[in-house]
Write a protein that binds this ligand. Structure first.
Ligand code: GLC
Length: 437
């Protein structure tokens, strides 16, 4: 125990987490053989493809436009502080020079894409995140279960004869060790994932299959400062709501604040899916980002490079629009977090030090009323152009006939707005809080 009543591991955990809390916004990159198949990263599972069926994507893997520097620059220009790349997805294909298999990018195209990626991120001053699937549909010892592409084979259960998860574990640990020893400091590791048994009697896969405690201990030993998610099925540093938004700051089982990061797609698919046109609007995504930060969370936004490794033009367009917004509104996101005030119905608050940011998801007519803030704000302005905004409080003695609104609850601060909404994805009002608030 140290003086403040913290023990060493508390302290380590806090340090580990600092940059992550600060950054708030990261990029997920799903790239692999499925990018060439171009119909979702689960294509092998969805279409029950055998290894042989899937092999063509390996034989024809040609990422001539995979440019890690371009990815790093794009992430930075979007206002993101870190990137997370799929080193291996469920299909088992390794994007680095793994010595433990020949199912690698090194064999397929002579490139260690993980090496290119970590170098590029460091050159841009971004934090390095890796995604690693503990599921492996390619490995001969990984048992067939209800998530496996071979589950509907006539002899599916028989396929498990001779498969040995203990042997698979050795391989899994070996590959994780390669990643955590061969590429310098890794800041973040996203394991994926644990799932329960099915109703049809198939086993799931969980902590016992990965020997999760031991695997996490190995991560801690090899990269003590690295954040690890909870998808080994045991608690670690952060939780990962996927494709949905929480509705309040997340509280851990012991009552403490839970570090979390929502991972979100641009169109519902993580891997490149050519014919999926469900692209989210940049406005919606900025709202989701602000919403996450307002609840003390991060957002990890995915892009799936195409079969040649390039970020698809539609993603570039969305990311550029978000980047433009971030360049003006960075202060309301990076280093910001939850604010203990009730926001008006038009939006959410984030807070950084003495600045309170109101992200307006809808633009009200003339005024926005802020409960409990009367007397607590010394200055208000629009963040996009720094233009001053008049504020007032309802005077209970003179209500009728005024051009300012009446009838707001006592203690309400009213901010006067231009009729014309600023031309940005989400307008933000910056409120400077009085000392001690
Ligand atoms: C899921 C999916 C996967 C995706 C991941 C991202 O668990 O299996 O395809 O990579 O989540 O969070």
């Amino acid at each position: 125990m140290s003086v403040a009543g913290w023990d060493e591991s508390d302290l380590e955990a806090t340090m580990r987490q600092q940059w992550f809390d600060e950054a708030r916004f990261g990029m997920f990159v799903h790239f692999g053989l499925y990018s060439g198949a171009a119909r979702h990263e689960w294509v092998q599972n969805y279409e029950r493809l055998t290894d042989e069926d899937y092999r063509q994507y390996f034989e024809n893997f040609d990422p001539d436009r995979f440019d890690a520097r371009e990815i790093a620059r794009r992430a930075k220009a979007t206002g993101m502080g870190y990137v997370v790349l799929t080193t291996k997805h469920h299909d088992g294909f390794a994007l680095w020079d793994s010595r433990l298999t020949d199912f690698t990018s090194m064999v397929a195209c002579g490139r260690d894409l993980v090496r290119e990626y970590v170098d590029a991120l460091r050159a841009e001053g971004l934090r390095v995140g890796l995604y690693h699937s503990v599921i492996d549909w390619h490995h001969p010892d990984f048992t067939v279960d209800w998530n496996h592409p071979r589950r509907d084979d006539e002899n599916a259960h028989a396929l498990n004869e001779g498969r040995d998860m203990a042997r698979y574990r050795e391989f899994l640990y070996g590959q994780v060790r390669e990643l955590l020893t061969g590429y310098g400091d890794i800041d973040y590791l996203f394991f994926d994932f644990t799932y329960p048994e099915s109703q049809q009697g198939w086993a799931g896969k969980g902590p016992e299959d990965w020997d999760a405690e031991k695997l996490l201990a190995m991560c801690r030993e090899l990269q003590p400062a690295m954040l690890v998610n909870d998808r080994l099925g045991i608690p670690a540093d952060f939780v990962t709501p996927e494709q949905y938004q929480p509705t309040a700051p997340i509280v851990a089982a012991d009552g403490s604040a839970q570090v979390w990061e929502a991972c979100q797609t641009l169109n519902g698919s993580w891997g490149y899916h050519r014919d999926n046109t469900d692209q989210k609007s940049a406005t919606l995504l900025v709202q989701m980002l602000a919403d996450s930060v307002s609840m003390d969370g991060n957002m990890l936004l995915n892009t799936g490079p195409d079969g040649r490794g390039a970020i698809p033009p539609r993603d570039v367009a969305t990311l550029s629009a978000i980047g433009e917004w971030m360049s003006l509104h960075r202060d309301a996101i990076v280093g910001a977090g939850h604010a203990d005030f009730t926001p008006p119905r038009e939006g959410v608050y984030t807070r950084r030090g003495d600045r309170l940011y109101l992200h307006l998801f809808s633009w009200p007519l003339g005024f926005v009323h802020l409960p409990e803030l009367a007397g607590k704000v010394t200055y208000a302005r629009l963040l996009n152009d720094g233009s001053w905004l008049k504020t007032s409080q309802t005077d209970p003695d003179q209500v009728a006939g005024l051009m300012t609104p009446a009838g707001e609850a006592e203690g309400t601060l009213t901010v006067h707005l231009p009729v014309r909404r600023p031309d940005v994805l989400v307008p933000v009002i910056e409120l400077r809080l009085a000392d001690g608030i």
